[in-house]
Design a protein around this ligand. Structure first.
Ligand code: STR
Length: 514
């Protein structure tokens, strides 16, 4: 009898514990697991992720079933997808340090010599030190320095003269924009520019596209690293492209080392070299503030590679999207041109004109909202057990911020699919407003985009110079450019042709030729 009683008590105890555990899971107060997509051993949630939609759109659609924050398994990795701004800000800002990790993947390891860069490198004392260095170097040559304005305007001017030569022809803008933006970054990083047809520049165009097409797309080999043992076209292409990039970077690095002087800082590479030399002479521990840091040649090369790659690909992509939306919305183009004419007349645009051209500024903001360059940002990793809203987060969980969802959230934006720069203007159209907190085009927190201010300067100046002189449209007989992007590490528009028609005042030489 005693035995039966004992069994009953044990059974009741087990029931109580199970009930308690279940209550914890669903309690509105205590942390619980986020809703989870079905998952199988080994392949994880792969079956639920098969879709014709690109990942950012699929993750947005899955909210209807699983809520705004949910989790899934990519192979053996737990991933949380965040589709709302309050959780995004908790990850990026409130708990920025706890979520500052980066996953290591096969493709980013190839690109960055095992994470020795800033964008894809994991959180560590070395990473923090490098980021601080790169930030300092960018500030030195960035906003506030008259030279960067001069560099951008010189490139905008030569871009416009190419457009004059090809006036009214049907032209793919992309290579011209890429050359102009590359030369800005090149001046900044290496104090050099490329001429048309320069073999180094042509090589760079090719390798950049190859890298964008293959890196950090959550392709199968990044989810199941053992797939590397099979022949893989993408990986072979990536390795080739990275090797060409590395040769170019290496050449510049050697040139800089050979001509380096302590008294003259020509560019960003000199700034990094100087930091390396002073770290070698002093105690690096003191400089980083926590633990010793490694300032290897690899780190410097990868940092410059990041600034170069990010500086070119992102700005060119936004300029291309801006041109596409301006072609689709000639009324917006006309409004910006009226503003340029009335505020600047024949004077070429300068950075100091930013405050007086709100329509152009609002248009840039709207382009960055409707087509964010990196719709899923770069994944973050939880560095310890923590929480997100009411959800538990285990150490090592990857967190993907779906910027696409934030920027297209119906609750935050009126008609989010509509291109409407006026949403960023105040009621009388004279100043700018940010109408929703659900807007993070450059990310936020300790991993915020390093090039934000440089990108904003370039977008403003290039668009102002172009629109002051030309009206952009689709060549006769051609369909308007597509609004769907090609998903990758950046969301790129499809190729298309543009006609740049010189505006009357520039055509008749009322204003001096550019
Ligand atoms: C573009 C191609 C290239 O040659 C090198 C890089 C490395 C840095 C990458 C860049 C890429 C694409 C855009 C990234 C950038 C770091 C930050 C930026 C991913 C792959 C964004 O977050 C948009």
């Amino acid at each position: 009898m005693d035995w039966v009683l004992c069994a009953c008590v044990c059974f009741a105890l087990v029931l109580f514990l199970v009930a308690f555990k279940l209550k914890c899971r669903t309690s509105p107060h205590g942390p619980r697991e986020p809703p989870h997509l079905p998952s199988l051993p080994f392949i994880g949630s792969l079956l639920s992720l098969r879709s014709a939609h690109p990942p950012h759109v699929l993750f947005q659609k899955l909210q209807e079933k699983y809520g705004q924050t949910y989790s899934l398994m990519m192979g053996s990795h737990r991933v949380i997808i965040v589709n709302q701004h309050c959780h995004a800000k908790e990850v990026l800002l409130k708990k920025g340090r706890l979520f500052a990790g980066r996953p290591r993947t096969v493709t980013t390891d190839i690109l960055t010599r095992d994470g020795k860069d800033i964008a894809f490198g994991d959180y560590s004392a070395t990473w923090k030190f490098h980021r601080k260095l790169a930030h300092g170097a960018l500030c030195m040559f960035g906003e506030g320095s008259a030279s960067i304005e001069h560099i951008i305007c010189t490139q905008a001017q030569s871009l416009c003269s190419i457009l004059v030569d090809k006036a009214e022809a049907s032209l793919d803008f992309s290579p011209e924009l890429t050359r102009a933006v590359t030369n800005v970054v090149c001046s900044l990083c290496f104090n050099a520019t490329y001429c048309r047809g320069d073999p180094d520049f042509e090589a760079m165009l090719l390798y950049s596209q190859g890298i964008v097409d293959t890196v950090a797309k959550d392709s199968l080999v990044d989810i199941f690293p053992w797939l590397q043992i099979f022949p893989n076209y993408d990986l072979r292409l990536l390795k080739q492209c990275v090797s060409i990039r590395d040769q170019l970077l290496h050449k510049k690095y050697e040139e800089h080392k050979a001509t380096y002087s302590d008294h003259l800082q020509r560019d960003l590479m000199d700034a990094l070299l100087r930091a390396k030399r002073s770290a070698e002479n002093n105690n690096t521990t003191e400089m980083s503030g926590e633990g010793s840091v490694d300032l290897s040649d690899d780190h410097i090369l990868m940092t410059v590679g990041d600034i170069f790659g990010a500086g070119v690909e992102t700005t060119v992509t936004v300029l291309r999207w801006a041109i596409i939306y301006l072609i689709h919305h000639p009324e917006v183009q006309k409004r910006i041109q009226e503003e340029l004419d009335s505020k600047l007349g024949c004077q070429s645009p300068r950075l100091s004109d930013r405050g007086s051209l709100p329509h152009l500024e609002a248009t840039i903001k709207e382009v960055l909202r409707i087509r964010p360059v990196a719709p899923l940002l770069i994944p973050h990793v939880a560095l310890c057990d923590t929480s997100l809203g009411n959800f538990k987060v285990q150490k090592g969980t990857r967190v993907i911020i779906n910027l696409w969802s934030l920027h297209h959230d119906q609750k935050e934006w009126k008609h989010p699919e509509r291109f409407d720069p006026a949403r960023f203007l105040n009621s009388d159209g004279t100043g700018l407003v940010i109408p929703s907190p659900s807007y993070l085009p450059f990310g936020a927190g300790i991993r915020v985009c390093l090039g934000e201010s440089l990108a904003k300067m370039e977008l403003f100046l290039f668009l102002a110079w172009i629109l002051q002189r030309f009206t952009l449209s689709t060549p006769p007989g051609q369909p308007p450019p597509l609004l769907e992007g090609k998903f990758g590490v950046v969301l790129q528009p499809a190729k298309h042709k543009v006609t740049a028609i010189p505006r009357p005042s520039w055509k008749t030489n009322t204003c001096e030729a550019c």
